[in-house]
Design a protein around this ligand. Structure first.
Ligand code: HEM
Length: 164
């Protein structure tokens, strides 16, 4: 692995895995907000959680996608060669869509209505699951090449493809 590629992987792991911290922080602040009895304190906590979603969570995921795609394109893995890379891209795009479309717009409403609370806490749970799946795929890199379904299975097993 070249030193430039190593640097990109370091940046990629830092930006993508840090997203887990952002989701955990959002969960913690929201749990505190829901149990607050003082309306002003509750409002401040909800605004803070909203800031974490928009200023930390979404930017980290966006950078994670960009640096992930760059890592794929500049490594022998490629972007459209191996199914684990494409699966990670799909999982991460869904992971980005959850805070943009579900969590962010409702985060300040969790204390008002049960539907908003279910959507926000459920969305954050889904995000954590997606982070875990992406990390597992990254580390195990299961064999399987894009389009290999049309070819004999033996071609999938070339050992040189497992660790470029
Ligand atoms: C939250 C999402 C993601 C997480 C947690 C994550 C995590 C990781 C980790 C831990 C590694 C290092 C694995 C190793 O070196 O053994 C890695 C490598 C890699 N990731 Fe991601 N990743 C994410 C998103 C993406 C995306 C969106 C892509 C692009 C499609 C991507 C493509 C890659 C590639 C190609 C490598 C190998 C880089 C190389 O060996 O040069 N990742 N990822």
């Amino acid at each position: 692995m070249t030193s430039k590629r190593k640097l990109l992987v370091v940046l990629h792991v830092l930006t993508s895995v840090s997203g887990v911290g952002a989701v955990l922080a959002e969960l913690l602040v929201l749990a505190g907000a829901v149990s607050q009895t003082d309306p002003a304190g509750q409002d401040a906590a909800l605004r803070f959680a909203e800031q974490v979603v928009y200023s930390v969570g979404i930017p980290l995921l966006t950078v994670g996608v960009v640096v992930g795609v760059l890592s794929a394109l500049t490594s022998p893995w490629g972007l459209f060669k191996h199914t684990w890379v494409l699966k990670k891209l799909l999982l991460t795009l869904v992971n980005l869509a959850v805070p943009v479309l579900v969590v962010g717009p409702r985060v300040t409403e969790v204390a008002d209505g049960s539907l908003a609370a279910w959507l926000v806490f459920g969305g954050l749970g889904v995000q954590l699951l997606l982070f875990v799946l992406a990390t597992v795929l990254s580390v195990y890199k299961p064999k399987g090449r894009v389009g290999a379904g049309n070819r004999p299975a033996t071609r999938d097993r070339a050992p040189a493809l497992s660790h470029p």
